[in-house]
Write a protein that binds this ligand. Structure first.
Ligand SMILES: Cc1cc2nc3c(=O)[nH]c(=O)nc-3n(C[C@H](O)[C@H](O)[C@H](O)COP(=O)(O)O)c2cc1C
Length: 434
């Protein structure tokens, strides 16, 4: 892959060049995209993260973006998700940052809130323990009301929105104190901040609704709060939903609006953006791949789902349909976000992060050499091969083992440990080890 410059000279591979994300210098252009660890919120959560990330860092990855942690107790998107709603809870994670730094990598904490998709509320076992409402940008669509089965919904008042932005700022301050190098706002996959940005969900008539500029005001407010609590120079990044898919005739964010969101994020002071194409629903549009329903035949997993869904056959059928239809509509495509990140690169001067179906050293070098993005990430391949960075950084032509089977998704929705659940990958690893 290295290009010849003449006798004995080779052009250095771009993936090895350091980059500044705001005040943070990252040693190379490869990052681990945020994928959950299923670390939970118990006393061992910091060790679960540290054990997972240590190997990634040791094998050379430049930056790890830790999967979503929640800034308030009621907003967890999967059961038992890590909470960063208090200083004490956030500082516990100092051990994670230390483990990553020891091996020369950097780590950003992704922070978010799931709003109406606080999936804990959708799980019978958790819903019965829940005493508060789920939070919404506007009155939720009918499918959400049906799924919430009577759990109350609170549409955020203007003051509540300000308080929410403060929660993001506070957590960012604690993340810095814990040694994290930056934060990323979880603003895709139909999470609460995405719900603000999206015309599909946001029908507010205050300063946070209506025009794109108003819908984006939440990002502006969060940036202000992060600067206040974590300092002007603390790296702040955000995922930008672009090119939303929505049911026919529904309002949605257009490609041009997505580009405008990128420009706005830069003007609000964000230090980097990750543009992604997705649907307005929280499903596999964000992680294109195969239909993982066969994992529901694994007795332990099926039983957990039956428990979560209160034994309802209809809900089980809806779940299967959801996986199947998402896989059909969003099959795997190499580098599927290229149209989004390469276009974003044309309109901002802050670093642009690429993610989505990137699997080979060649693809990574191609994206960087063409100037289509500044950092290139992979998510699921880090589950399949925690040391995948060494292979990528060495320029190996060997394919990464992840098959994008999406068998990692259902366990994650149950709050189980995140890892590769594809037996083919395990078999290939055994063969390679022989
Ligand atoms: C199991 C799983 C968990 C994920 N968790 C998050 C998350 O916490 N935050 C986020 O922004 N994206 C999350 N993603 C999306 C990934 O960051 C990434 O964008 C997606 O998997 C596509 O990249 P890949 O093809 O390299 O896996 C998740 C994806 C999967 C499969």
């Amino acid at each position: 892959m290295a290009q010849s410059l003449g006798v004995g000279a080779v052009e250095p591979r771009k993936v090895h060049s350091p980059i500044s994300i705001g005040s943070c210098i990252v040693r190379n252009r490869l990052y681990r995209a945020p994928v959950l660890e299923g670390a939970g919120d118990g006393p061992d959560a910091p060790s679960v993260y540290a054990d997972a990330f240590r190997e990634n860092a040791r094998s050379g990855v430049g930056l790890i973006i830790q999967g979503n942690s929640c800034v308030t107790e009621e907003g967890r998107s999967s059961p038992g998700m890590t909470l960063v709603n208090t200083r004490e809870r956030t500082l516990r994670l100092a051990k994670v940052a230390d483990a990553v730094h020891l091996h020369g990598a950097r780590i950003f904490m992704q922070i978010g809130h799931a709003g109406i998709y606080s999936m804990e509320a959708w799980h019978d076992a958790f819903a019965t323990r829940r005493d508060g409402p789920v939070l919404a940008v506007s009155t939720p669509p009918i499918h959400v009301k049906a799924a919430l089965r009577g759990i109350s919904v609170k549409v955020l008042s203007t003051d509540d929105v300000r308080e929410l932005a403060t929660a993001f700022g506070r957590t960012s301050g604690w993340a810095r104190e814990a040694g994290y190098d930056g934060v990323q706002i979880a603003s895709s996959n139909a999470k609460l901040i995405h719900q603000f940005l999206s015309a599909f969900y946001n029908r507010r008539n205050d300063e946070f609704g209506g025009s794109l500029r108003n819908r984006a005001r939440i990002l502006e407010l969060i940036a202000t709060e992060v600067r206040l609590h974590a300092g002007e120079d603390f790296p702040l990044t955000v995922k930008i939903p672009m090119g939303e898919d929505a049911p026919p005739m529904s309002p949605k964010t257009s490609f041009d609006e997505g580009l405008e969101l990128c420009r706005l994020a830069e003007s609000f002071g964000y230090h980097a953006i990750t543009p992604v194409g997705l649907s307005v629903f929280p499903h596999a549009s964000l992680c294109r791949g195969a239909d993982p329903t066969d994992i529901l035949e694994v007795t332990s997993i099926r039983k957990r789902f039956e428990e979560a869904l209160g034994g309802s056959r209809i809900k089980m059928a809806v779940l299967r349909w959801g996986y199947r239809s998402a896989a059909k509509r969003y099959p795997f495509q190499p580098v599927w976000n290229r149209p989004f990140f390469s276009a974003a690169k044309q309109v901002v001067s802050i670093p642009v992060f690429a993610v989505g179906g990137i699997r080979t050293s060649e693809e990574i070098e191609g994206i960087l050499a063409a100037g289509e993005a500044d950092m290139v990430g992979m998510g699921r391949p880090f589950y399949a091969e925690p040391d995948v960075a060494s292979q990528i950084l060495s320029g190996s032509e060997q394919p990464t083992l992840c098959e994008s089977s999406n068998r990692c998704l259902p366990p994650q929705q149950l709050g189980m440990k995140a890892r590769c659940y594809n037996p083919n990958v395990a078999r290939k690893k055994r063969e390679l080890a022989r």
